[in-house]
Design a protein around this ligand. Structure first.
Ligand code: NI
Ligand code: MN
Length: 227
């Protein structure tokens, strides 16, 4: 299985399917590829904020990929005339050959349209299994039930925000890593803009000093990770 960071919270996971998560490429200064060049079968969106919903609709229109998200988001996406699956916390959806389980995140969610900003239910995390389970935490602070997510789904890889300001910072993300106990942890949602400027090496140091045995993989946007 191959995981490629597309900058910010965007990842392409290639296993049985090509699964694109939080495809914010247009306007993402770290995106290594334009939205018109990405190929995928399935798109997952953790919440409505523009840096996560991103180009999901445009990419789904071009590729025919199904977009999976929480029910209220999916109603919006469906109205954009793309295939949409809406499910909810604790639920597992099978989309193409990929199983995904929706898990909590502590964060807000809204969708912005010109002259209009509306609530889009809540933000979530996702455990996506298209060969091996990968936990994408979405935008969130650390919370104790990450331990349950680790126990239940035993993710090989956890993708965790470390940028602070909008989400957890390196210190919280290191604690999150010891709660989840993935084999590998990849920091994300940092370095895109000034308020979320962070040193991923600081996160790596904190994980090494903790009880966690997780390997820290610091990726460059566009650089594939074989898992
Ligand atoms: Ni957000
Ligand atoms: Mn965000």
């Amino acid at each position: 299985m191959k995981i490629t960071w597309l900058g910010h919270a965007a990842f392409l996971i290639e296993g049985r399917d090509k699964v694109l998560i939080d495809p914010f490429l247009t306007g993402n200064p770290k995106a290594p590829i334009g939205h018109d060049k990405v190929d995928c079968d399935v798109i997952c969106v953790t919440h409505g904020h523009a840096d996560h919903l991103g180009d999901a609709v445009e990419i789904a229109r071009r590729t025919g990929a199904t977009v999976a998200s929480i029910v209220e988001m999916s109603m919006y996406i469906e109205r954009c005339d793309v295939k949409s699956v809406g499910f909810n916390l604790g639920g597992t959806a099978k989309v193409e050959n990929t199983e995904m389980t929706m898990v909590p995140a502590f964060h807000s969610s809204s969708i912005g349209a010109p002259g209009l900003e509306f609530s889009a239910a809540m933000a979530v995390g996702l455990v996506v299994d298209t060969e091996k389970p990968v936990y994408h935490a979405g935008d969130t602070c650390v919370f104790g039930d990450m331990k349950l997510i680790g126990e239940l789904y035993r993710p090989d890889v956890a993708l965790l925000p470390i940028g602070g300001f909008f989400t957890m910072d390196p210190r919280q993300a290191a604690l999150a890593t010891s709660l989840i106990e993935p084999k590998m942890v990849v920091p994300m949602h940092y370095g895109t803009w000034d308020p979320i400027d962070q040193d991923p090496k600081e996160f790596e140091r904190l994980v090494r000093e903790s009880s966690s045995k997780a390997e820290v993989a610091i990726l460059e946007p566009g650089e594939p990770l074989e898992v």
